[in-house]
Design a protein. Sequence first.
Length: 407
Amino acid sequence: MNNNILSFKENFTNTKDSKSFYIKKISLKNFRNHKNLNLNLKNSSILIYGGNGSGKTNILEAISLLNQGKGLRKANIENFLNQEKICDNSLKTWGINVDFVSPNGKFNIGTGLKKTGTNKSRIAKLNSNYTPLSSLGEILNISWITPQLCVLILSSMNEKRRFIDRLTMSIDSLHLNRVYKYDKLFRQRNKILMQPNSDEKWLDTIESQISELSVAIIARRLDLLEELENLYKIEFKNNHLTKHFPAVSIIINGKIEKLLEEKPALEVEDYVKSELKKSRFNYDLFVPGPNNSLIEIFNRIDNKNLDISSTGEQKLILISIILSHARLLNDKFNMAPILLLDDIIEHLDNKHRKALFLEVSRHNAQSWFTSTSKDAFAGYPSFIDKINLQNIKENFDGNYHFRYGDI
Ligand SMILES: Nc1ncnc2c1ncn2[C@@H]1O[C@H](COP(=O)(O)OP(=O)(O)O)[C@@H](O)[C@H]1O
Ligand SMILES: [Mg+2]
Protein backbone atom coordinates (compact mmCIF):
# COMPACT_ATOMS: atom_id res chain seq x y z
CA MET A 1 0.00 0.00 0.00
CA ASN A 2 1.17 3.52 -0.74
CA ASN A 3 2.85 4.99 2.32
CA ASN A 4 1.86 8.60 2.08
CA ILE A 5 -1.63 7.70 3.25
CA LEU A 6 -0.17 7.65 6.75
CA SER A 7 2.13 10.66 6.42
CA PHE A 8 1.82 13.48 8.93
CA LYS A 9 2.00 17.18 8.42
CA GLU A 10 3.77 18.35 11.56
CA ASN A 11 2.47 21.90 11.46
CA PHE A 12 -1.03 20.76 12.27
CA THR A 13 -1.95 22.19 15.67
CA ASN A 14 -5.69 22.75 15.71
CA THR A 15 -7.06 20.24 18.18
CA LYS A 16 -9.39 22.46 20.18
CA ASP A 17 -12.37 21.57 18.00
CA SER A 18 -12.08 17.86 18.60
CA LYS A 19 -15.36 16.06 19.17
CA SER A 20 -16.49 14.04 22.18
CA PHE A 21 -18.71 11.68 20.17
CA TYR A 22 -17.16 10.20 17.06
CA ILE A 23 -16.76 7.21 14.81
CA LYS A 24 -13.12 6.13 14.92
CA LYS A 25 -13.42 3.35 12.40
CA ILE A 26 -16.09 2.26 9.98
CA SER A 27 -16.07 -0.86 7.81
CA LEU A 28 -18.64 -1.64 5.16
CA LYS A 29 -18.92 -5.11 3.65
CA ASN A 30 -21.09 -5.72 0.58
CA PHE A 31 -23.01 -2.58 1.43
CA ARG A 32 -24.47 -1.05 -1.77
CA ASN A 33 -21.53 -0.17 -4.04
CA HIS A 34 -18.96 -0.65 -1.23
CA LYS A 35 -17.78 -4.25 -1.26
CA ASN A 36 -15.06 -3.55 1.24
CA LEU A 37 -14.48 -0.06 2.58
CA ASN A 38 -12.52 0.72 5.75
CA LEU A 39 -12.15 4.25 7.05
CA ASN A 40 -9.99 5.09 10.09
CA LEU A 41 -10.94 8.51 11.36
CA LYS A 42 -10.09 11.18 13.85
CA ASN A 43 -12.38 13.05 16.22
CA SER A 44 -13.02 15.82 13.73
CA SER A 45 -15.73 16.58 11.20
CA ILE A 46 -15.52 14.73 7.93
CA LEU A 47 -16.08 15.58 4.30
CA ILE A 48 -16.56 12.74 1.82
CA TYR A 49 -16.10 14.10 -1.67
CA GLY A 50 -16.13 12.56 -5.12
CA GLY A 51 -18.08 12.39 -8.35
CA ASN A 52 -21.71 11.48 -8.74
CA GLY A 53 -22.34 7.83 -8.02
CA SER A 54 -19.04 7.27 -6.19
CA GLY A 55 -20.92 6.10 -3.07
CA LYS A 56 -20.90 9.16 -0.77
CA THR A 57 -24.56 8.97 0.24
CA ASN A 58 -24.21 5.21 0.68
CA ILE A 59 -21.62 5.80 3.43
CA LEU A 60 -23.93 8.25 5.22
CA GLU A 61 -26.79 5.80 4.79
CA ALA A 62 -24.68 3.09 6.46
CA ILE A 63 -24.04 5.41 9.41
CA SER A 64 -27.75 6.22 9.65
CA LEU A 65 -28.33 2.49 10.21
CA LEU A 66 -26.45 2.68 13.50
CA ASN A 67 -29.82 3.64 14.97
CA GLN A 68 -33.08 1.76 14.69
CA GLY A 69 -35.08 2.39 11.52
CA LYS A 70 -34.72 2.13 7.77
CA GLY A 71 -31.98 4.73 7.46
CA LEU A 72 -31.81 7.93 5.52
CA ARG A 73 -33.23 6.48 2.29
CA LYS A 74 -35.97 4.47 4.02
CA ALA A 75 -34.79 1.40 2.19
CA ASN A 76 -35.56 -2.25 2.68
CA ILE A 77 -32.84 -4.45 4.12
CA GLU A 78 -32.37 -6.43 0.88
CA ASN A 79 -31.63 -3.26 -1.11
CA PHE A 80 -28.44 -2.65 0.86
CA LEU A 81 -26.85 -5.85 -0.41
CA ASN A 82 -24.20 -5.32 -3.05
CA GLN A 83 -25.80 -6.44 -6.29
CA GLU A 84 -22.62 -7.86 -7.77
CA LYS A 85 -22.50 -10.55 -5.10
CA ILE A 86 -26.04 -11.63 -5.59
CA CYS A 87 -25.13 -14.79 -7.57
CA ASP A 88 -22.82 -16.10 -4.86
CA ASN A 89 -24.98 -17.71 -2.19
CA SER A 90 -22.35 -17.74 0.54
CA LEU A 91 -21.98 -13.98 0.41
CA LYS A 92 -25.60 -12.94 0.36
CA THR A 93 -25.29 -10.63 3.31
CA TRP A 94 -24.09 -7.16 4.14
CA GLY A 95 -22.64 -5.65 7.27
CA ILE A 96 -21.55 -2.42 8.91
CA ASN A 97 -19.06 -2.31 11.75
CA VAL A 98 -18.07 0.77 13.71
CA ASP A 99 -15.76 1.68 16.56
CA PHE A 100 -17.53 4.50 18.35
CA VAL A 101 -15.94 6.72 20.98
CA SER A 102 -17.86 8.83 23.48
CA PRO A 103 -17.30 10.20 27.00
CA ASN A 104 -19.08 7.03 28.18
CA GLY A 105 -16.43 4.80 26.66
CA LYS A 106 -15.51 2.98 23.48
CA PHE A 107 -18.03 0.71 21.79
CA ASN A 108 -17.99 -1.64 18.88
CA ILE A 109 -21.28 -1.66 17.05
CA GLY A 110 -22.21 -4.00 14.24
CA THR A 111 -25.35 -4.27 12.19
CA GLY A 112 -26.23 -6.34 9.17
CA LEU A 113 -28.55 -8.69 7.40
CA LYS A 114 -29.37 -12.00 9.02
CA LYS A 115 -31.17 -14.76 7.21
CA THR A 116 -32.87 -17.65 8.90
CA GLY A 117 -34.65 -19.81 6.38
CA THR A 118 -36.71 -17.43 4.29
CA ASN A 119 -36.77 -14.80 7.05
CA LYS A 120 -34.55 -11.78 6.67
CA SER A 121 -33.97 -9.28 9.41
CA ARG A 122 -31.52 -6.59 10.45
CA ILE A 123 -29.65 -7.49 13.58
CA ALA A 124 -27.29 -5.51 15.81
CA LYS A 125 -24.36 -6.35 18.02
CA LEU A 126 -22.81 -4.29 20.75
CA ASN A 127 -19.26 -5.31 21.67
CA SER A 128 -19.90 -8.62 19.88
CA ASN A 129 -23.11 -9.42 21.80
CA TYR A 130 -26.52 -9.42 20.15
CA THR A 131 -28.60 -6.44 21.18
CA PRO A 132 -32.03 -5.09 20.16
CA LEU A 133 -31.83 -2.37 17.50
CA SER A 134 -33.70 -0.01 19.83
CA SER A 135 -30.89 -0.21 22.41
CA LEU A 136 -28.36 1.35 19.98
CA GLY A 137 -30.01 4.70 20.72
CA GLU A 138 -28.65 4.50 24.26
CA ILE A 139 -25.09 4.48 22.92
CA LEU A 140 -25.29 6.97 20.08
CA ASN A 141 -27.72 9.20 18.26
CA ILE A 142 -27.68 9.88 14.55
CA SER A 143 -29.45 12.80 12.93
CA TRP A 144 -29.52 13.69 9.24
CA ILE A 145 -30.69 16.03 6.59
CA THR A 146 -30.74 15.29 2.88
CA PRO A 147 -32.25 17.11 -0.12
CA GLN A 148 -34.73 14.21 -0.49
CA LEU A 149 -35.84 14.58 3.13
CA CYS A 150 -36.68 18.25 2.49
CA VAL A 151 -38.90 17.28 -0.44
CA LEU A 152 -40.56 14.38 1.41
CA ILE A 153 -41.40 16.37 4.50
CA LEU A 154 -43.20 18.93 2.39
CA SER A 155 -45.05 16.44 0.28
CA SER A 156 -46.77 14.43 3.01
CA MET A 157 -48.11 14.71 6.53
CA ASN A 158 -47.05 11.13 7.12
CA GLU A 159 -43.43 12.08 6.40
CA LYS A 160 -43.74 15.01 8.82
CA ARG A 161 -44.91 12.59 11.51
CA ARG A 162 -42.08 10.16 10.75
CA PHE A 163 -39.60 13.03 10.95
CA ILE A 164 -40.90 14.00 14.40
CA ASP A 165 -40.90 10.33 15.46
CA ARG A 166 -37.25 10.00 14.50
CA LEU A 167 -36.38 13.08 16.57
CA THR A 168 -38.48 11.70 19.44
CA MET A 169 -36.60 8.39 19.33
CA SER A 170 -33.54 10.20 20.65
CA ILE A 171 -35.30 11.17 23.87
CA ASP A 172 -36.94 7.75 24.25
CA SER A 173 -35.21 4.81 22.59
CA LEU A 174 -38.44 2.73 22.63
CA HIS A 175 -40.46 5.30 20.72
CA LEU A 176 -39.99 3.71 17.26
CA ASN A 177 -40.80 0.27 18.69
CA ARG A 178 -44.16 1.67 19.79
CA VAL A 179 -44.77 3.25 16.38
CA TYR A 180 -44.01 -0.04 14.58
CA LYS A 181 -46.12 -2.04 17.01
CA TYR A 182 -49.02 0.39 16.67
CA ASP A 183 -49.00 0.05 12.87
CA LYS A 184 -48.76 -3.74 13.11
CA LEU A 185 -51.67 -4.01 15.55
CA PHE A 186 -53.78 -1.70 13.45
CA ARG A 187 -53.21 -3.90 10.39
CA GLN A 188 -54.07 -6.97 12.47
CA ARG A 189 -57.28 -5.33 13.67
CA ASN A 190 -58.29 -4.54 10.09
CA LYS A 191 -57.68 -8.15 9.09
CA ILE A 192 -59.87 -9.42 11.92
CA LEU A 193 -62.61 -7.00 10.94
CA MET A 194 -62.57 -8.38 7.39
CA GLN A 195 -63.39 -11.86 8.64
CA PRO A 196 -67.06 -12.87 8.64
CA ASN A 197 -67.22 -13.64 12.37
CA SER A 198 -64.71 -11.39 14.08
CA ASP A 199 -63.54 -12.57 17.46
CA GLU A 200 -64.82 -9.87 19.85
CA LYS A 201 -62.48 -10.76 22.69
CA TRP A 202 -59.48 -10.67 20.44
CA LEU A 203 -60.58 -7.28 19.14
CA ASP A 204 -60.97 -6.00 22.71
CA THR A 205 -57.40 -7.03 23.55
CA ILE A 206 -55.90 -5.54 20.40
CA GLU A 207 -57.86 -2.30 20.74
CA SER A 208 -56.78 -1.96 24.32
CA GLN A 209 -53.12 -2.22 23.25
CA ILE A 210 -53.70 0.20 20.36
CA SER A 211 -55.18 2.74 22.79
CA GLU A 212 -52.22 2.49 25.16
CA LEU A 213 -49.75 2.85 22.31
CA SER A 214 -51.65 5.78 20.77
CA VAL A 215 -51.45 7.78 23.98
CA ALA A 216 -47.82 6.81 24.68
CA ILE A 217 -46.65 7.77 21.16
CA ILE A 218 -48.43 11.11 21.21
CA ALA A 219 -47.33 11.91 24.77
CA ARG A 220 -43.66 11.30 23.86
CA ARG A 221 -43.92 13.50 20.76
CA LEU A 222 -45.39 16.26 22.94
CA ASP A 223 -42.57 15.80 25.46
CA LEU A 224 -40.01 16.35 22.71
CA LEU A 225 -41.76 19.51 21.52
CA GLU A 226 -41.90 20.81 25.06
CA GLU A 227 -38.16 20.18 25.48
CA LEU A 228 -37.48 22.06 22.22
CA GLU A 229 -39.76 24.91 23.32
CA ASN A 230 -37.93 25.21 26.65
CA LEU A 231 -34.58 25.23 24.87
CA TYR A 232 -35.82 28.00 22.59
CA LYS A 233 -36.92 30.09 25.61
CA ILE A 234 -33.54 29.67 27.29
CA GLU A 235 -31.61 30.49 24.12
CA PHE A 236 -33.85 33.48 23.44
CA LYS A 237 -33.38 34.78 26.98
CA ASN A 238 -29.62 34.36 26.85
CA ASN A 239 -29.39 35.80 23.36
CA HIS A 240 -27.95 32.54 22.08
CA LEU A 241 -30.17 32.04 19.05
CA THR A 242 -28.34 31.42 15.80
CA LYS A 243 -28.74 34.47 13.62
CA HIS A 244 -28.87 32.81 10.22
CA PHE A 245 -31.14 29.85 10.88
CA PRO A 246 -34.68 30.92 11.80
CA ALA A 247 -35.99 29.77 15.17
CA VAL A 248 -38.78 27.30 14.55
CA SER A 249 -41.92 26.33 16.36
CA ILE A 250 -43.55 22.94 15.83
CA ILE A 251 -47.19 22.36 16.69
CA ILE A 252 -49.03 19.05 16.78
CA ASN A 253 -52.83 19.09 16.61
CA GLY A 254 -55.15 16.18 17.17
CA LYS A 255 -57.95 14.90 19.31
CA ILE A 256 -55.68 12.93 21.66
CA GLU A 257 -53.24 15.86 21.94
CA LYS A 258 -56.13 18.10 22.99
CA LEU A 259 -57.48 15.60 25.53
CA LEU A 260 -54.04 15.08 27.08
CA GLU A 261 -54.03 18.77 27.99
CA GLU A 262 -57.07 18.26 30.19
CA LYS A 263 -57.27 14.64 31.28
CA PRO A 264 -54.99 11.99 32.73
CA ALA A 265 -53.50 9.53 30.23
CA LEU A 266 -55.59 6.60 31.51
CA GLU A 267 -58.84 8.43 30.82
CA VAL A 268 -57.66 9.31 27.34
CA GLU A 269 -56.79 5.65 26.70
CA ASP A 270 -60.34 4.67 27.72
CA TYR A 271 -61.74 7.26 25.35
CA VAL A 272 -59.62 5.93 22.43
CA LYS A 273 -60.69 2.38 23.28
CA SER A 274 -64.37 3.30 23.16
CA GLU A 275 -63.92 5.17 19.86
CA LEU A 276 -62.18 2.13 18.37
CA LYS A 277 -65.05 -0.09 19.48
CA LYS A 278 -67.60 2.26 17.95
CA SER A 279 -65.73 2.31 14.65
CA ARG A 280 -65.46 -1.48 14.30
CA PHE A 281 -68.13 -1.78 11.67
CA ASN A 282 -68.49 1.83 10.73
CA TYR A 283 -65.53 2.51 8.47
CA ASP A 284 -66.46 6.16 7.98
CA LEU A 285 -66.01 6.91 11.66
CA PHE A 286 -62.87 8.86 12.49
CA VAL A 287 -60.50 6.96 14.78
CA PRO A 288 -58.22 9.25 16.81
CA GLY A 289 -54.60 8.11 16.80
CA PRO A 290 -50.97 9.06 16.14
CA ASN A 291 -51.43 8.65 12.38
CA ASN A 292 -54.04 11.41 12.40
CA SER A 293 -51.98 14.04 14.16
CA LEU A 294 -51.45 17.20 12.13
CA ILE A 295 -48.00 18.71 12.33
CA GLU A 296 -47.32 22.32 11.52
CA ILE A 297 -43.89 23.87 11.38
CA PHE A 298 -43.51 27.65 11.63
CA ASN A 299 -40.68 30.10 11.22
CA ARG A 300 -40.85 32.08 14.48
CA ILE A 301 -39.49 35.25 12.95
CA ASP A 302 -42.26 35.86 10.40
CA ASN A 303 -44.68 33.16 11.63
CA LYS A 304 -44.70 31.66 8.14
CA ASN A 305 -45.73 28.03 7.72
CA LEU A 306 -43.06 25.73 6.28
CA ASP A 307 -45.49 24.62 3.57
CA ILE A 308 -45.70 28.08 2.01
CA SER A 309 -42.02 29.01 2.42
CA SER A 310 -39.63 29.13 -0.52
CA THR A 311 -37.54 26.00 -1.12
CA GLY A 312 -34.47 27.89 0.15
CA GLU A 313 -36.30 28.94 3.32
CA GLN A 314 -37.57 25.40 3.83
CA LYS A 315 -34.03 24.05 3.84
CA LEU A 316 -32.96 26.63 6.42
CA ILE A 317 -35.93 25.72 8.61
CA LEU A 318 -35.15 22.02 8.50
CA ILE A 319 -31.46 22.64 9.19
CA SER A 320 -32.55 24.84 12.09
CA ILE A 321 -34.67 22.01 13.55
CA ILE A 322 -31.85 19.48 13.23
CA LEU A 323 -29.38 21.87 14.86
CA SER A 324 -31.64 22.80 17.77
CA HIS A 325 -32.48 19.14 18.32
CA ALA A 326 -28.72 18.45 18.38
CA ARG A 327 -28.19 21.22 20.96
CA LEU A 328 -31.04 19.83 23.05
CA LEU A 329 -29.50 16.36 23.13
CA ASN A 330 -26.12 17.83 23.96
CA ASP A 331 -27.29 20.25 26.66
CA LYS A 332 -29.99 18.25 28.38
CA PHE A 333 -28.94 14.65 27.86
CA ASN A 334 -25.21 15.08 27.45
CA MET A 335 -25.34 13.14 24.22
CA ALA A 336 -24.59 15.05 21.03
CA PRO A 337 -25.78 13.28 17.87
CA ILE A 338 -23.60 12.44 14.90
CA LEU A 339 -24.86 14.75 12.13
CA LEU A 340 -25.13 13.55 8.55
CA LEU A 341 -25.38 16.43 6.06
CA ASP A 342 -25.79 14.96 2.61
CA ASP A 343 -25.35 17.38 -0.33
CA ILE A 344 -26.48 20.27 1.80
CA ILE A 345 -23.67 22.76 1.34
CA GLU A 346 -24.22 23.17 -2.43
CA HIS A 347 -27.75 24.35 -1.74
CA LEU A 348 -26.77 27.19 0.58
CA ASP A 349 -25.63 30.70 -0.21
CA ASN A 350 -22.28 31.88 1.16
CA LYS A 351 -23.72 33.49 4.29
CA HIS A 352 -25.62 30.38 5.35
CA ARG A 353 -22.77 28.09 4.40
CA LYS A 354 -20.50 29.99 6.77
CA ALA A 355 -23.13 29.97 9.51
CA LEU A 356 -23.65 26.23 9.16
CA PHE A 357 -19.91 25.59 9.22
CA LEU A 358 -19.62 27.61 12.39
CA GLU A 359 -22.49 25.80 14.12
CA VAL A 360 -21.24 22.39 13.09
CA SER A 361 -17.63 23.06 14.01
CA ARG A 362 -18.85 23.95 17.53
CA HIS A 363 -21.03 20.85 17.70
CA ASN A 364 -19.75 18.31 20.20
CA ALA A 365 -20.06 15.28 17.89
CA GLN A 366 -18.62 14.35 14.55
CA SER A 367 -20.48 15.69 11.51
CA TRP A 368 -20.29 14.09 8.10
CA PHE A 369 -20.66 16.20 4.96
CA THR A 370 -20.79 15.02 1.36
CA SER A 371 -20.01 17.10 -1.69
CA THR A 372 -18.84 16.64 -5.27
CA SER A 373 -15.81 18.82 -4.55
CA LYS A 374 -13.84 20.00 -1.56
CA ASP A 375 -13.64 23.62 -2.75
CA ALA A 376 -16.56 24.89 -0.69
CA PHE A 377 -14.89 23.58 2.46
CA ALA A 378 -11.70 25.64 2.10
CA GLY A 379 -13.03 28.15 4.65
CA TYR A 380 -14.17 25.58 7.20
CA PRO A 381 -13.42 27.18 10.58
CA SER A 382 -11.78 24.14 12.21
CA PHE A 383 -10.08 21.00 11.01
CA ILE A 384 -12.17 18.84 8.71
CA ASP A 385 -10.91 15.51 7.38
CA LYS A 386 -11.38 15.63 3.59
CA ILE A 387 -11.70 12.17 2.11
CA ASN A 388 -11.47 11.75 -1.65
CA LEU A 389 -13.65 8.69 -2.09
CA GLN A 390 -12.67 7.86 -5.66
CA ASN A 391 -8.99 8.02 -4.76
CA ILE A 392 -9.48 5.76 -1.71
CA LYS A 393 -11.30 3.16 -3.76
CA GLU A 394 -9.02 3.23 -6.81
CA ASN A 395 -5.59 3.68 -5.23
CA PHE A 396 -5.90 2.43 -1.69
CA ASP A 397 -8.09 -0.60 -2.16
CA GLY A 398 -10.87 0.94 -0.07
CA ASN A 399 -8.64 1.43 2.99
CA TYR A 400 -8.28 4.89 4.45
CA HIS A 401 -6.21 5.89 7.47
CA PHE A 402 -6.61 9.30 8.98
CA ARG A 403 -3.75 11.65 8.20
CA TYR A 404 -3.31 15.41 8.57
CA GLY A 405 -3.50 17.07 5.19
CA ASP A 406 -4.81 15.84 1.87
CA ILE A 407 -3.79 12.79 -0.07
N1 LIG B 1 -27.31 -2.62 -3.71
C1 LIG B 1 -26.42 -2.00 -4.52
N2 LIG B 1 -25.39 -2.69 -5.05
C2 LIG B 1 -24.49 -2.07 -5.85
N3 LIG B 1 -24.52 -0.77 -6.15
C3 LIG B 1 -25.53 -0.04 -5.62
C4 LIG B 1 -26.53 -0.61 -4.77
N4 LIG B 1 -27.39 0.36 -4.42
C5 LIG B 1 -26.95 1.48 -5.00
N5 LIG B 1 -25.83 1.26 -5.72
C6 LIG B 1 -25.05 2.21 -6.53
O1 LIG B 1 -24.20 2.95 -5.68
C7 LIG B 1 -23.74 4.07 -6.43
C8 LIG B 1 -23.41 5.21 -5.49
O2 LIG B 1 -24.58 5.75 -4.94
P1 LIG B 1 -24.56 7.05 -4.01
O3 LIG B 1 -23.94 6.73 -2.71
O4 LIG B 1 -25.93 7.57 -4.01
O5 LIG B 1 -23.59 8.01 -4.83
P2 LIG B 1 -23.18 9.52 -4.53
O6 LIG B 1 -23.85 9.96 -3.28
O7 LIG B 1 -21.69 9.50 -4.40
O8 LIG B 1 -23.61 10.30 -5.73
C9 LIG B 1 -24.80 4.34 -7.47
O9 LIG B 1 -24.23 4.15 -8.76
C10 LIG B 1 -25.85 3.28 -7.21
O10 LIG B 1 -26.43 2.77 -8.38
MG1 LIG C 1 -25.33 11.41 -2.99
